[in-house]
Each structure stands twice: as C-alpha cells, then as structure tokens.
Design a protein around this ligand. Structure first.
Ligand SMILES: Cc1cc2nc3c(=O)[nH]c(=O)nc-3n(C[C@H](O)[C@H](O)[C@H](O)COP(=O)(O)OP(=O)(O)OC[C@H]3O[C@@H](n4cnc5c(N)ncnc54)[C@H](O)[C@@H]3O)c2cc1C
Length: 427
C-alpha cells in the first residue's frame, strides 16, 4: 500500500483549521489537532484510495494512531489518556475525517467506548457500590487500550427498532455465575473482524425487560460462539468493514461489563451528545471536499495538468456557495461541541438534533456541489473527490439519528412540551 505523501505541498492555498479560529483552542486541542493533521496528511490520505477500493479495514492507520496516542484520546488522564472532553474529541475526529472518512468513523466507535465509560459515566448517578465496580472495570479496559493498543467497536444495530431507541435490544444477556451468556445478532458492525473487543449493547434477559435494562458489554472477538458473517461491498465508507456479528451462547465475564446495569439507559437520557459523535467525520469530509475544489480550480491538485479554472465567474460563485454552506456547517458543529453537557436544556437538545441533521446533510450537499463545480475529471477514481461524495452519503443513514429521525423528533418536540397530549377530538 502506497504511503507517499500527498499533501499538496506545492499549493499556496493554506488549508484552514477545521476549528475555524485557531486562537480559541486550548493547548491540548491544538496539540491533538496537530497530531491528527500530520497523520492525516502524510499517512491516512495517501492510503485512503486503496482502502476504499479494496473495502479493507485501515489496520496501518490504527497502528499509527496507537503510536501517536489517539486511541486513548478520551481515556481519563488518571488512567494514562489525554482526557479529552467532548469538544476536543469532535474537533480531532473531524480533522481525521478530512483525510480518511472510514478511519474517522471507525475511530468514533472505538472512542465512544472510552467516552461513555469516561467523562459521561462520571456525570451519572451511581450508588457507591456501582461507582467502585465501574472504576475497577474501566481500569481494565483502559489498561488494554493504553498499554496494548487494543481496539473496541460499538455494534448496537440489529435491523429492528432498538437502534433507533424505540425497543429493547434483541441481543440478550442471561446472568449466570461470574458473568453473562450472550445470544443475538448485530448488523452493520463496523470493525467486524478487526476490533479486539466488540462493545455490544444488549438487554438483560429477565421477564418484562425494557429499554432500561440495556447492558453494555465488551465481548472478546476470540471467544467461542462469536462469528463474523456476510459480505461487505457498499457504496461508501467501505473501510469500515461493517459486517454482521453472531453471538451464540457466548460466556462474557462480569469484568467485561463496561457500565453498571441500567447505566446505559441513564446515559442515553441525560447525555444525548453521546450519539452526536458520528457527525464530526462528516464535518471533516465537507471540509475536504471544499479544500479539494479550491485546489482543483487553482490547478494545484497533484497529478493534474496545470489548467486553472478559477477565473471563471461561475466557478467563483459556486465556490462562494460552497463556502457559505461550509461555514454554516462549521458554526453549528462548533456550537454543538461547546454546549455538550449532562442534563442539557430542551433548547440544547433541539439544537443538537438540528446540528447533527445539518452536518450530515450539508456534507453530502457540499460534496455534490464540489463534483458539479470541478467537473468530469474530478470524479475519476484517481481523485479523492468521488470517494468523499460516496462516503458523505452514508452519514444521514446512520442510527440512532438518521436525517429522518432527527426531523421526526424535532417536529414533535418543537410543538409539544413534555407530557403533553392532544384531546381525542382534535385528532
Ligand atoms: C458505514 C456505516 C457504518 C455503520 N456502523 C455501525 C456500527 O458500527 N454499529 C452499529 O450499531 N451500526 C452501524 N451502522 C448501522 C446504522 O447505524 C444503521 O443501523 C443502519 O444504517 C440501518 O439501516 P437500515 O436501513 O437497516 O435501517 P432501518 O432501521 O431499516 O431504517 C431505515 C430508515 O427508516 C427510518 N426509521 C427507522 N426507524 C424508524 C422509526 N422508528 N420511525 C421513523 N423512521 C424510522 C430511518 O430514517 C432509517 O434510515 C453503520 C451504518 C453505516 C452506513
């Protein structure tokens, strides 16, 4: 696989920070963005084409991210991580998405396992006994990540209503002495066959179980009863290798409980930004499509004949249109990052859904404008733009917050306050 630099070194166009105004960054944010940018330009971007063509997992990128410390970005500092907060993580993830969408999207699955068990769990109500057991368990997982570079994934989709938050997970965990016996099937499990541990969401198997009985377990991929199945030849995000996982009578020890029983339901209710970590990847793709367009029209894309197109008024108008959409997207992305917290107000929750929807939809729209503006040669397989275009289409399909579900919830919650019902004769 080629690792030749592909950083448009000859370009005079200064690619802007994904975070807009650089001066507003903390030292930690600037440091992490610099690491992500360096790896992205010099390692991930040159590999991205082949990963996409072959639909293979970006193992080399993961070795690089482990070496650079990015796998432990949201591991709390006391456990040897960077202790990045929500805003710091999403900006770093967006910078990675700028260079390889599949790497950023899969990193999100891994990082979520540390974010949910890290600063999000710190904000939740637990009994002293739950807190003690959580500290013990998460120390084990963080040690694996920090010391051995182990990778976690996050399969929750099952093809039913559970991933949309409308029904209990169909994958069941039966409590037995020393652990749980897990049975079920997950679809679209990014990092299938690549992650060391699958951080699955399942339901505690008991009579009358509801969504509140969701359980978050780490399943070692080598355990007996764990199998990967199905083909993987999708439109976009091909490097995520999101195949199916089957769990048949898999014994999972107690120590693999990533959060105490019942805690996932509390997190989902009180820390809704936990589901907003998919969109940074797409913020990065939007920026990349814009960067490509500017460089293309300036005839500064490596491998292209030096034919400038920037002097045509129609191109200038098209780029201006893209820039407007990009800055709208960035503004809402950064605003959303700043306000993430436990127990957000209704306005923050609605703003979050609006932000997620906007980033996912605008990323695809900016890629569409980029292809139309740059023209025929830009969509050849030798150029990264057609991959960005395909990858960008995937964002708004992803549960729990597809574009449709965001609109659905926004419409309802804009018009109804908590607990409000219509009189029967109004319906
Ligand atoms: C590249 C990629 C990587 C992925 N990686 C992962 C992963 O790592 N882990 C994981 O768990 N999942 C992952 N997913 C899966 C993703 O989150 C969805 O579960 C998957 O795309 C579901 O597709 P579907 O068409 O089967 O969904 P369906 O559930 O059939 O939904 C189809 C559409 O119907 C709408 N819809 C669904 N439910 C409702 C409802 N109750 N009310 C109204 N409308 C509804 C939604 O808009 C949805 O887009 C990934 C998906 C993609 C594309």
């Amino acid at each position: 696989m080629s690792t030749a630099p592909n950083d448009y070194a000859s370009s005079r166009y200064q690619t802007p920070s994904i975070a807009g105004d650089y001066t507003a960054l903390t030292d930690k944010q600037a440091q992490l963005l610099a690491i992500a940018s360096d790896l992205g330009r010099n390692k991930f971007a040159p590999r991205a084409g082949q990963i996409d063509r072959d639909a293979v997992f970006p193992f080399e990128n993961y070795s690089d991210m482990h070496a650079a410390g990015l796998l432990r970005i949201c591991v709390p500092e006391q456990y040897g991580g960077w202790g990045a907060d929500f805003a710091t993580y999403v900006m770093t993830a967006a910078e990675i998405g700028r260079h390889c969408g599949a790497t950023a999207l899969t990193l999100n699955m891994h990082v979520s396992s540390t974010m949910w068990t890290g600063f999000i769990a710190d904000d939740l109500d637990m009994t002293p006994a739950q807190r003690t057991s959580h500290e013990k368990h998460r120390a084990l997982h963080y040690r694996r990540i920090v010391e051995q570079g182990k990778v976690y994934s996050q399969p929750f989709s099952e093809g039913g209503a559970a991933a949309a938050g409308k029904a209990p997970f169909g994958t069941l965990a039966r409590k037995v002495d020393g652990g749980y016996v897990v049975n079920g099937r997950k679809i679209f499990a990014s990092l299938a066959g690549a992650a060391d541990y699958y951080g699955i969401l399942c339901t505690l198997d008991k009579p009358g179980a509801t969504q509140r009985d969701a359980l978050y377990l780490a399943v070692d991929r080598n355990l007996p009863g764990v199998t990967v199945s199905g083909d993987w030849d999708p439109l976009g995000m091909r490097g995520t290798v999101s195949r199916n996982l089957l769990f048949e009578d898999v014994f999972v020890p107690d120590a693999e409980r990533l959060m105490p029983e019942g805690m996932y339901a509390q997190a989902a209710l009180r820390w809704p930004h936990m589901f907003a970590t998919l969109s940074p990847t797409y913020m990065g793709i939007a920026q990349a499509a814009y960067d490509f367009t500017v460089q293309y029209l300036r005839a500064e894309v490596p491998g292209m004949p030096p034919v400038k197109r920037r002097m045509y008024p129609t191109k200038q108008i098209a780029v201006a249109e893209m820039k407007v959409k990009l800055e709208q997207t960035r503004a809402i992305f950064l605003q959303n990052a700043r306000v993430a917290r436990v127990d957000p107000s209704k306005e923050i929750r609605l703003g979050l859904l609006a932000a997620h929807y906007t980033i996912m939809e605008n990323a695809n729209e900016i890629c569409r404008l980029a292809v139309r503006t740059c023209g025929g040669q830009s969509m050849l397989k030798t150029m990264p733009l057609e991959r960005m275009y395909r990858d960008s289409r995937c964002g708004s399909l992803m549960l729990p917050w597809t574009a449709e579900l965001c609109i659905d919830r926004l419409g309802r919650e804009c018009l109804y306050e908590a607990g409000e019902r219509d009189e029967p004769d109004v319906l």
